[in-house]
Design a binder for this molecule. Structure first.
Ligand SMILES: Cc1cc2nc3c(=O)[nH]c(=O)nc-3n(C[C@H](O)[C@H](O)[C@H](O)COP(=O)(O)O)c2cc1C
Length: 251
């Protein structure tokens, strides 16, 4: 594969937040998982397992469990000033049901891939994780799972499919639905399907601001007093709801 093709694939993969209900060939699921399980992992620990969910009833239960778990997020999000809040939580408590409608676009995806993590397998990691003075093994475990996620999303994109990572706040309702034993944990839910809208090109900070040659260029350092400006900048690159919150406040 050429660099240009790889870049095209990277740009095609977007976080897709609404799906058509259209199904796709079953064989794609195993292809995606086959590719994903080549992700790199600390000590080659490969601490992941997968549950493929297609049954509408199970999908519905998972989706509702996820929605219910967001009550806590709503209240936590109120700690921030309005312009930096997740757009779905930028409503008063009496309207918080609206948030449920805004965050739940992945409901209709025809397949959910559940990525499980086995934290015992952290012990498979080496070097940095062993000199564990700063939570190293937890960081290595979390980044290992991140590598798995990105590989899975790219594999889906290579088949013309779309995906999103859905994080969970709590385990118990998902454990009850899917019956995975302790100490396995649900790492992410990945809805897979076809995008229901055009996502446009991905938006990123200018590369030149992020790259230093030979030594750190202190002129590019983000000063504390510029931090809120940075938040505005990334919110402006983000979802339309974030941009609306900023525009509204600016009046
Ligand atoms: C660890 C992680 C957590 C994320 N959490 C959320 C989230 O809670 N809600 C959401 O809408 N998007 C979430 N995203 C998606 C990001 O907003 C998205 O990746 C980013 O805006 C870049 O857009 P793109 O993925 O379409 O390129 C998350 C992504 C990552 C990697």
């Amino acid at each position: 594969m050429k660099y240009e093709e790889f870049l095209e694939l990277l740009k095609y993969r977007r976080t897709i937040r609404r799906y058509k209900p259209d199904s796709f060939p079953d064989e794609y699921i195993m292809k995606i998982l086959d590719a994903a399980h080549y992700a790199m992992s600390g000590g080659n620990s490969q601490p992941w397992e997968f549950i493929v969910v297609k049954d509408p009833e199970t999908k519905g239960k998972l989706f509702n469990a996820w929605l219910d778990s967001f009550d806590l997020s709503y209240y936590f999000e109120q700690q921030r000033i309005a312009r930096y809040r997740h757009p779905a939580f930028n409503v008063p408590p009496e309207e918080k049901d609206k948030a449920r409608a805004m965050i739940g676009g992945w409901k209709d995806a025809p397949v959910y891939i559940i990525v499980l993590e086995d934290c015992r397998k952290m012990a498979g990691s080496v070097l940095a994780a062993r000199a564990d003075t700063t939570g190293g093994s937890i960081n290595i475990f979390a980044s290992t799972m991140g590598h798995l996620g990105m590989t899975l999303h790219l594999a889906a994109a290579s088949l013309g499919l779309d995906s999103q990572r859905v994080d969970v706040n709590i385990q118990e309702p998902f454990r009850q639905i899917l019956k995975y034993p302790e100490p396995l944990r649900l790492n992410i839910i990945v809805p897979i399907g076809y995008r229901a809208y055009e996502a446009g090109p991905p938006r990123r900070l200018p590369l030149k601001d992020l790259v230093h040659f030979e030594q750190y260029n202190i002129n590019k350092f983000l000063r504390n007093e510029d931090f809120l400006g940075y938040l505005d900048k990334i919110r402006a690159l983000g979802r339309p709801g974030y941009r609306a919150a900023i525009d509204e406040e600016k009046g």
